[in-house]
Design a protein around this ligand. Structure first.
Ligand SMILES: Nc1nc2c(c(=O)[nH]1)N=C([C@H](O)[C@H](O)COP(=O)(O)OP(=O)(O)OP(=O)(O)O)CN2
Ligand SMILES: [Zn+2]
Length: 122
């Protein structure tokens, strides 16, 4: 069976720190990153009226709304991001998007400028 996957990306900039790191660790100090988040929705069937899995514009709005909640803020202040790793960011975005997007199959959060990325497969 063929499976379609559609993906939309959004970007945000945010500060964070890892309070559990030892004194002197650069991760313990407040610092910032530019992030990219990608949300992937999969389906074996297409909406017959449109010929698509789902409207990428609607996925864009949902993803941007979630990313804007974090943009230019302190990640540690958000519930679930007290330890603000890429891994926890994936879970945070999945928790927000999954209710509205039951076909959500993957969340990728990356820091493109330093070539780091985490993928959560749902
Ligand atoms: N598995 C994970 N490991 C690390 C995460 C993470 O989210 N998941 N996060 C960090 C810190 O955010 C750290 O700031 C990342 O920076 P780093 O990889 O060290 O890259 P930098 O460019 O900021 O520093 P350089 O010294 O220039 O490499 C750490 N680990
Ligand atoms: Zn960092």
């Amino acid at each position: 069976m063929s499976v379609f996957e559609i993906t939309k990306a959004a970007t945000f900039d945010a500060a964070h720190h890892f309070p559990s790191e030892p004194e002197g660790s650069p991760y313990r100090r407040i610092h910032g990153h530019s992030f990219q988040v990608e949300a992937t929705v999969r389906s074996e069937v297409l909406d017959a009226a449109h010929g698509w899995v789902a409207d990428l514009g609607a996925l864009d709005r949902a993803l941007k709304a979630a990313a804007e909640a974090l943009d230019h803020g302190m990640l540690n202040e958000h519930a679930g991001l007290e330890l603000p790793s890429l891994e926890h960011l994936c879970l945070w975005f999945a928790d927000r998007l999954k209710p509205e997007w039951p076909g959500l199959s993957r969340i990728t959060v990356s820091r493109p400028t330093i070539h780091e990325r985490c993928v959560l497969t749902l």
